[in-house]
Every structure is written in structure tokens, then in C-alpha cells.
Write a protein that binds this ligand. Structure first.
Ligand code: FE2
Length: 228
């Protein structure tokens, strides 16, 4: 007589692979270390934030919408989504997909079908992505990538500009930061979220971005406003 758990596992077939959670966590930590050499807007704290946000969205989806998700996939997608920055910025999403498909370690934890889904999700993570999403995992990483609190939004944009336009003075940097954030996240901003969990978080930041006084208060604490 077959045990009911065996029948369940058999039914899962190729979908199932026993995962050594500790080994997976070690792999994820190694992946995060690779972000340390990226710019300040994409360093290891960014990778950790995207993992945390992804877990938050996924947990809520499972609870509220009864969607069955593989949390290990959610974590790995988040951890690997920007690795393509090792090659270039323009096509980093596609390069991340290639890195996923080539990664031998992933074969320890996931089936080929799951790895392909992970690759597709990192390829579709960018705000500028216009196609249909292959799966809900793409929607999660895409939202998680942009779910910053206001302080993180400011510091990421500030650091990115400082690195790419080192000649800007502090006032010019401030102008770049506020106009970028209004373009992207303001009332008519181009950033779109796929899930209500990310949308709720954005609404809090949007209010501050559209209110100069509140925005300046936060900015001043971070970088100062000597010309104002
Ligand atoms: Fe990212």
C-alpha cells in the first residue's frame, strides 16, 4: 500500500524536488554578494529589499487570493533579477535570464521547467517591459523591484545620478532627483504596479513626492538643502 504522501509526491512528478533549504539560503547569500560591485542603486541592499518585498507580495497573494506559489522560486527570482548588470545596463534583464539558465546550482533545487520560469521572470522584471507576463512570478518581481519607501527612492536616485553624472552640483542633483521621481511615481507617473500590495505602498510615497514641503523635509535630512 502506498502512503498518501508518496502518492502526492508522485502526482507532483517533475514539479517536485526536495530542497535543502540551508543550501538554498547559502546559494542566495552568494548571489547577493555579487551585487556589491554594482552602483549604489543596485547594491546588495537592493537585492535584499527585492527579496523581502517579493516575499511580502507572495505571502499576501497566497493568503488573500489563494494562489499557490513556490516561495523558493520567489526568493531566487528576486535574488537573481539584476545579476545581468555584471555585463551591461541596457540589456541586463536579458543577461540575467542567460545567467539563470546557465547556473548549475539551480539544478539542485529546481526542475528545468521551474528554471525556465525563473529565467522568464527575471527577463520580464523591468518597469519598461511591455509584453504579457509569462506568470505571476514576473509580476511579483517587477513590483518588488520598485516598492521602495520614500527614503530609498531618494537615495537610489541620488546615488545613481552622482555616479553617472559626477559633475552635477548638489542643487542640480536635487533637481534631477525630484523630477525623476515625479516622472516615474507622481500622479501621472509611468510606473505601473501589478498588485494591490505594491500599489498601496506607492500611494504613501506618491503623496510625499507631489508635496514639495514634505519632500524637502525628508531630502534635507538626507543630503541637505543649503541653497534653499
Ligand atoms: Fe532591481
Amino acid at each position: 500500500m502506498k502512503h498518501s504522501l508518496d502518492i502526492y509526491l508522485e502526482a507532483k512528478g517533475a514539479q517536485f524536488r526536495e530542497i535543502n533549504e540551508r543550501e538554498l539560503d547559502r546559494f542566495i547569500e552568494d548571489v547577493i554578494k555579487r551585487y556589491k560591485k554594482f552602483d549604489g542603486a543596485h547594491d546588495d541592499s537592493h537585492a535584499r529589499m527585492v527579496i523581502k518585498n517579493s516575499e511580502y507580495i507572495a505571502a499576501n497573494m497566497m493568503k488573500d487570493e489563494k494562489i499557490d506559489l513556490n516561495m523558493n522560486m520567489v526568493k531566487v527570482i528576486a535574488a537573481m533579477h539584476d545579476l545581468g548588470l555584471e555585463h551591461d545596463r541596457e540589456t541586463h534583464h536579458l543577461k540575467s535570464g542567460q545567467i539563470v539558465r546557465k547556473e548549475k546550482m539551480l539544478r539542485k533545487f529546481f526542475t528545468e521547467e521551474q528554471i525556465e520560469l525563473i529565467a522568464k521572470s527575471v527577463e520580464e522584471h523591468r518597469a519598461s517591459y511591455k509584453g504579457d507576463y509569462t506568470s505571476v512570478y514576473s509580476k511579483i518581481v517587477s513590483d518588488a523591484d520598485r516598492m521602495n519607501d520614500i527614503g530609498t527612492m531618494i537615495s537610489r536616485t541620488y546615488k545613481w545620478n552622482k555616479k553617472h553624472y559626477p559633475d552635477l552640483n548638489e542643487q542640480e542633483l536635487y533637481n534631477e532627483v525630484i523630477s525623476h521621481l515625479q516622472d516615474k511615481f507622481g500622479e501621472k507617473g509611468y510606473a505601473r504596479f501589478n498588485t494591490k500590495y505594491a500599489e498601496d505602498m506607492l500611494n504613501q510615497s506618491r503623496k510625499i513626492i507631489m508635496n514639495n514641503e514634505e519632500f524637502d523635509k525628508i531630502y534635507k535630512d538626507m543630503y541637505g538643502l543649503p541653497w534653499k
